[in-house]
Design a protein around this ligand. Structure first.
Ligand SMILES: Nc1ncnc2c1ncn2[C@@H]1O[C@H](COP(=O)(O)OP(=O)(O)OP(=O)(O)O)[C@@H](O)[C@H]1O
Length: 247
């Protein structure tokens, strides 16, 4: 592997202000310093991926942005407003929605109850729209969340947060452990969301999925970003990226 370096992204510099801007983010679990000066941004309507092997700091970055991890320093702005000091419920109220790796659905509630529980906002997804996107959820409407397959749980976890009409969706490994046909369908929905103007920050270890969807990629190694790649760079440097992901 070549020495880590920041490659220049071939896309033109952004002409509109970023929707999300993270500057010099450092995060800690107790005495353990796990993020070391993370700088990244997401433009309106952009899909950006965070890639890197297990433990590189991708999930911690999402948790830090959402305010689920409070022990961090630096700057996080959303639509030009500082959100670093806000509790996570107020971060969500600004228009960020997070689907964690463990798919936060209510296991004892039915699919329909899961869909109807989050507060609805104007422009947010209705239950009918969720059923149109993933018809299997309509078939499973009366089943408890605990009885769903992994793919069905992932679909439900994504559509239930869309009820709040977020402007930025943070997805943590949405393809993990799912059959290729389900991964394909989730990718289709993410592309539809982007077409509707939603921005997405995507943590992925599935390079095929990440390179299909993302406009730009940040490569994480040991709590730092060592590369920023455009869509074209990521395709051309696929073998290097696979090395970053291998254990
Ligand atoms: N709750 C925690 N307490 C202490 N250390 C943690 C905790 N969660 C994560 N870590 C450590 O922080 C570092 C970054 O982990 P993080 O989960 O952000 O990595 P990741 O790139 O998302 O990988 P993964 O795909 O395994 O989640 C790792 O060294 C991990 O062991």
């Amino acid at each position: 592997m070549t020495a880590p370096h920041m490659s220049s992204v071939s896309a033109a510099p952004p002409t509109v202000p970023p929707l999300l801007q993270v500057r010099d983010l450092n995060a800690y679990y107790g005495q353990s310093h796990v993020l070391h000066g993370i700088n990244l941004h997401v433009q309106p309507g952009e899909i950006v991926s965070l890639i890197g092997r297990n433990g590189a700091g991708k999930t911690t970055t999402l948790r830090s942005i959402m305010g689920a991890l409070r022990t961090r320093t630096g700057s996080v702005t959303f639509d030009g407003q500082d959100i670093l000091r806000l509790p996570s419920n107020r971060v969500a109220a600004r228009g960020l929605a997070w689907v964690p790796e463990e798919r936060a659905i209510m296991s004892t509630l039915t699919v329909r109850e899961n869909l109807e529980l989050p507060p609805a906002r104007p422009g947010g997804w209705t239950t009918e729209r969720a059923y149109e996107a993933f018809p299997v959820l309509r078939e499973r409407g009366h089943h408890p969340g605990s009885k769903l397959s992994g793919g069905e749980q992932q679909m439900l976890a994504i559509v239930r947060v869309l009820r709040s009409a977020p402007r930025l969706l943070l997805l943590d490994e949405p393809s993990e452990g799912l059959a290729p046909v389900i991964v394909q369908r989730i990718g289709d929905i993410i592309e539809e969301l982007r077409a509707d103007g939603l921005s997405v920050l995507l943590v992925e270890q599935n390079l095929k999925f990440a390179t299909r969807l993302a406009d730009r990629h940040y490569v994480f190694v040991d709590g730092e970003i060592v590369e920023e790649l455009s869509r074209a760079d990521a395709v051309a440097r696929r073998d290097d990226l696979l090395k970053y992901l291998s254990v």
